[in-house]
Ligand binder design. Structure first.
Ligand SMILES: Nc1ncnc2c1ncn2[C@@H]1O[C@H](COP(=O)(O)OP(=O)(O)OP(=O)(O)O)[C@@H](O)[C@H]1O
Ligand SMILES: [Mg+2]
Length: 360
């Protein structure tokens, strides 16, 4: 059980500022996922939390205790990396026990208890006497996780632990990590991934990072439904939310759903966001949000992704339509969306939320 609090945490390498003041409050037992583009500082933030890197500024506390100067071990943190270097000449058992045997004073019986406990959590019992080369990639990754579990950490850090696995194994190991978190209730976990599905399914809360800053922190479905800004709107969800430029022609109110609307001033420039799955085909241009020409059709079975050129010189819009839809390149289409599904952002990219009218 450990609560982790970061206040104004900064990290520079020489003149290169990588983290620009990170504030985060991670609750005991929470599963938090860091996402963000390559180079935004996810691994650096994990390494800083682990104590593998010194911070340049700010404060980090665990359960209220300032840990800025503590080693990873003193912090009670274990980290699992993307490339899980197991010792090839050691059995699974010895790989998991190795870190503990290095420490003076942990009795053999205690080491044995911890290794067997980790093996049972990870269903590795049948493989304890095997060498790593006789394991699948997923099993090896579980041994690497097992090695972290034997250290009985209060906080677990994972840096893209599944990215070397093939698609099927990723899914299986992802489910195992979710179970692991359940079984080790109370253990705080922080997990970095590029994978949207891992982020959405594993996280109690997602932290979206961009250029060394936090863009938004929230529950997965809240980020998906109600992003604070254009960056998060584009980053969470695949294919990404469509963003269309809109300009207020006259003063008035733009209706967003049955109970909400926003005031539009003449000449104001806004960005309108609509998720691919919220678009549907309509016959009539008058009822459409947008009209254009199909440039690409990707049938995925369950759904078909249809890319539509709106003739405005911008990116094609993507619609996620039912799998049975038959459309060809060059076809003209009209697409509509429910007003409640539309999201608006101001010129600076901040969400403009509808004013809710009291239900009549
Ligand atoms: N030791 C270092 N010296 C200088 N710059 C560094 C060092 N380590 C990392 N950086 C820089 O810090 C930035 C963040 O790197 P980091 O590895 O944290 O990114 P990331 O979000 O984990 O990216 P990825 O998704 O590609 O793993 C990058 O621009 C990187 O070049
Ligand atoms: Mg990284």
């Amino acid at each position: 059980m450990a609560n982790l609090k970061l206040t104004g945490v900064r990290k520079s390498y020489g003149a290169v500022d990588v983290l620009h003041g990170i504030d985060l409050d991670i609750r005991s037992g929470e599963f938090v996922v860091f996402v963000g583009p390559s180079g935004c500082g996810k691994s650096t933030l994990l390494r800083v939390i682990a104590g593998l890197e010194e911070i340049t500024g700010g404060t980090m506390t665990i359960d209220g205790r300032v840990v800025n100067a503590e080693s990873p071990k003193q912090r009670g943190i274990a980290m699992v990396f993307q490339s899980y270097a197991l010792y090839p000449h050691m059995t699974v058992y010895d790989n998991m026990a190795f870190g503990l045997t290095l420490e003076k004073g942990t009795p053999k019986s205690e080491i044995d208890r911890r290794v067997r406990h980790a093996a049972s959590i990870l269903q590795l019992e049948p493989y304890l006497e095997r060498l790593p080369k006789a394991l699948s990639g997923g099993q090896r990754q579980r041994v690497a996780i097992g090695r972290a579990i034997t250290r009985d950490p209060k906080i677990f850090l994972f840096d893209e632990p599944l990215s070397n696995l093939d698609a099927a194994l990723r899914v299986q190991t992802r489910i195992e990590i979710a179970r692991l978190h359940e079984r080790m209730h109370g253990t705080t976990m922080i997990y970095v991934t590029h994978d949207q599905v891992e982020a959405m399914t594993l996280a109690d809360r997602i932290v979206v990072l961009n250029g060394g800053r936090v863009e938004q922190v929230g529950r997965p479905l809240d980020l998906y439904a109600d992003p604070d800004n254009l960056f998060v709107a584009r980053f969470i969800g695949s294919p990404a939310m469509n963003i269309l430029p809109v300009e207020g022609e006259g003063a008035g109110r733009l209706r967003l759903g049955p109970a909400g609307s926003i005031a539009v001033t003449p000449g104001s420039r806004l960005h309108l966001g609509v998720r691919p799955e919220d678009l549907r085909l309509v016959d009539d241009a008058a009822r459409a949000l947008v009209s254009g020409t199909v440039t690409l059709v990707e049938p995925l079975g369950e759904v078909t992704l249809v890319y539509v050129d709106l003739g405005d010189g911008g990116e094609p819009l993507v619609a996620k339509l039912p799998g049975a839809v038959h459309l060809e390149r060059g076809t003209s289409v009209h697409l509509a969306a429910e007003p409640a599904a539309l999201r608006l952002f101001d010129e600076a990219g901040h969400a403009v939320r509808a004013e809710r009218r009291a239900a009549a």
